[in-house]
Design a binder for this molecule. Structure first.
Ligand SMILES: Cc1ncc(COP(=O)(O)O)c(C=O)c1O
Length: 391
């Protein structure tokens, strides 16, 4: 299939749900993605925050291939060594001694599972969430999106509209009215990524924990984009010394293989019984082999330390650069807020310097940088120099 056939075929046969760039990705080489025409792009977008270890990382690809040869799939009705290993490693890296996990296939599904667990554990219906948030596109997850266009796209909602209540992100004083004894959960991204790369303040994190303790609502961190390791900690709460009750993650957790995870503190896990959650493919052996290999590699390279080093380098290179308003976020999830037009800058960066960056629907002036944690120093410098050259 020629390059043009690929583009034409997608237009002809796929529903037009995605605005697409004119790039035909045929190969990944570490931090680079290669177009069918041979152009290599330095990828600071990471395939939508997924390529935590770059493209086609060897250890994960080997684990996937090995597992696929041994056993491609069996459902959750049987035990598999791959699932047991992935669950053990996730639980060990989690903030709790007594964590238990549930495997799904995506971030939205993990959030749906978390909301169901919270409802069952508390016997309550309401979910408190925040303006600027994004939690996925399934009906329940979309209903909890504070970025209004995603919530509107799912309307009419399955739950009563007042089952979801919204407060302002980082508004400590607003928590008393928002989080009540009717709330099953407070669903929050520790760093709002799509919303513009806004990090929770330490004060807000502490206040969330206190308000949840006071009302019995469960604190649910949506770490689909932030965990594992991306922000300089295995899980974000470590930054503020706050442990939530539930964590969801996906995207980078299997380094590019589709997988989602719900992690629950022991006290919440104890409320879950047979049949409460389920998924045919979630927890499949290949996905779990990918998760285990990804986490093993992150442990070996000290992923959180790598993320911190990347942040330091980016802040040094761009923090004082002309045309940069501010740099937000942590680790390898950073938002560079420009004084000028973000999408126009990203287009020039792509076309003139062959560097890909993400945008933010919640703040179009922001370039989202999501480089892989194992990016080489040279590649990181090349990307930063390319950005600087166009400022
Ligand atoms: C914070 C957050 N939560 C949930 C999701 C949904 O994940 P998925 O697309 O895997 O369903 C995303 C995806 O961008 C996300 O960024």
């Amino acid at each position: 299939m020629t390059r043009q056939d690929t583009i034409d075929g997608a237009r002809r046969y796929e529903l037009p749900t995605y605005p697409r760039l004119d790039i035909v990705a045929v190969r990944g080489e570490g931090a680079r993605i290669v177009d069918a025409d041979g152009t290599a792009y330095l990828d600071f977008y990471g395939g939508h925050a997924v390529a935590l270890l770059g493209h086609s990382p060897g250890r994960v690809v080997e684990a996937i291939a090995r597992q696929a040869r041994e056993l491609l799939f069996y459902s959750n009705v049987l035990h598999t060594p791959a699932r047991a290993a992935a669950a053990e490693r996730l639980a060990r890296l989690s903030p709790w001694e007594d964590a238990q996990v549930f495997f799904s296939n995506s971030g939205a599904e993990a959030n749906e599972a978390a909301l169901r667990v919270a409802r069952k554990a508390t016997g309550r219906l309401k979910v408190a969430a925040f303006t600027g948030s994004f939690h996925g596109r399934t009906l329940g997850a979309a209903a909890a999106c504070g970025l209004g266009e995603y919530r509107a796209a799912a309307a009419p909602l399955v739950d009563p509209a007042d089952a979801y209540v919204f407060g302002n992100f980082n508004d400590v004083d607003g928590l008393r009215a928002l989080v009540t004894e009717e709330c099953a959960a407070v669903l929050v991204e520790p760093i709002q990524s799509m919303g513009g790369v806004h990090s929770m303040t330490a004060e807000f994190a502490g206040a969330l924990r206190s308000r949840c303790d006071a009302t019995g609502a469960l604190l649910l961190f949506d770490e689909v984009q932030t965990a594992p390791a991306r922000t300089g900690h295995w899980f974000c709460g470590e930054r503020w010394d706050v442990a939530p009750d539930l964590i969801t993650t996906a995207k980078g957790v299997a380094a590019g293989f589709p997988a989602g995870v719900l992690l629950a503190a022991g006290s919440v896990a104890a409320t879950v019984g047979a049949g409460d959650l389920g998924s045919t493919f979630g927890g499949g052996p290949v996905a779990c082999a990918a998760i285990d290999a990804c986490l093993a590699e992150l442990e070996e390279i000290d992923g959180p330390a790598r993320a911190q080093a990347i942040e330091e380098r980016v802040r040094t290179a761009l923090g004082e650069a002309p045309g940069v308003d501010e740099i937000r976020g942590h680790g390898a999830l950073l938002g560079v807020r420009l004084l000028g037009d973000g999408p126009a800058f990203a287009k020039r960066l792509r076309e003139e310097r062959h560097v890909l960056v993400g945008g933010c629907p919640g703040d179009t002036g922001v370039l989202r940088l999501l480089p892989p944690l194992n990016i080489t120093d040279t590649e990181l410098e090349q990307g930063l120099e390319a950005i600087r050259s166009l400022l």
